[in-house]
Design a binder for this molecule. Structure first.
Ligand code: SAM
Length: 239
């Protein structure tokens, strides 16, 4: 885990021996399960450390110490897949409540397995699509922090994510490549859903050869009850 340890160091994170062991086990289980179900195309030891684990930890650049130390702080990871970025963040911060949202049952089976294997506490795995879960009172506008990586283009993604965010909370989308146009195209949707673009933070780490960003959107007013629209519509017809 040398690459992860070094990269995390550049983010100001000193991983403990236990955390390094958890990441090592996470890697082994990911590769083992990936033989049976499609969890990731990135499999070599070095790339997983950087492109999955370290990339997930870049979220810490937008978090405060107070937030991550609080058991009252609630985080949801939309379309978490094999657990990114939610699980690496949970390894780092045991306190906040974490919901991992993922509609593919095979992937949620892996998530249940890895939570047990790594002995992670207060993590809920929710086997649902964002379009459905966001209308349930237990999840709608309940989260201080909504995360999502590699799930949809921003105009669609904000409709899937912002309904989960409480007013005063924020949504952080992990994005890479040419994002200007994506952000411009999402402006209307952000406003309609009760958001306001706060900032786009560029990740400055030599470990990444491509441009990576955190797009940070504040939730400033309630999302109208008709959003998100029914399953598939946010993708087919973005606002
Ligand atoms: N976030 C993970 C990562 O960065 O490795 C997984 C990314 S994977 C490319 C996209 C994931 O989003 C898939 O696991 C898929 O099942 C999930 N997804 C797609 N549409 C979704 C929706 N409407 N609601 C929730 N999750 C969704």
């Amino acid at each position: 885990m040398r690459k992860l340890i070094e990269g995390a160091g550049k983010l100001g994170i000193k991983l403990t021996t236990r955390q390094v062991k958890q990441f090592e086990l996470y890697y082994q289980e990911l590769i083992e399960w990936n033989k049976k179900i499609n969890l990731t195309a990135i499999t070599d030891y070095s790339s997983v450390q950087v492109k999955h684990f370290l990339d997930s930890l870049t979220i810490t650049l937008a978090l405060s110490e107070k937030e991550v130390a609080s058991p009252d702080f609630k985080i949801v990871d939309i379309g978490t897949g094999a657990g990114f970025p939610g699980v690496p963040l949970r390894i780092l911060f045991p306190q906040p409540r974490l919901v991992l949202l993922e509609p593919t049952t095979k992937k949620t089976a892996f998530l249940h397995h890895i939570i047990r294997k790594l002995d992670l506490q207060s993590v809920e795995v929710l086997n649902s699509r964002a379009e459905e879960a966001a209308h349930l009172p237990a999840y709608r506008e309940q989260f201080d922090l909504v995360l999502s990586r590699a799930v949809a283009l921003l105009p669609t993604l904000v409709e899937l994510a912002l309904p989960f965010c409480r007013i005063g909370g924020r949504f952080i989308a992990q994005k890479k490549g040419e994002i200007e146009q994506e952000i411009t195209g999402a402006k209307k949707a952000i406003a309609v859903l009760g958001g306001r673009l706060d900032q786009t933070k560029k990740i400055e780490l030599d470990e990444f050869t491509d441009a990576r960003y955190l797009v940070i959107i504040d939730k400033i007013s309630s999302t109208p009850s008709e959003y998100p629209r029914r399953t598939g519509v946010p993708k087919r017809r973005p606002i």
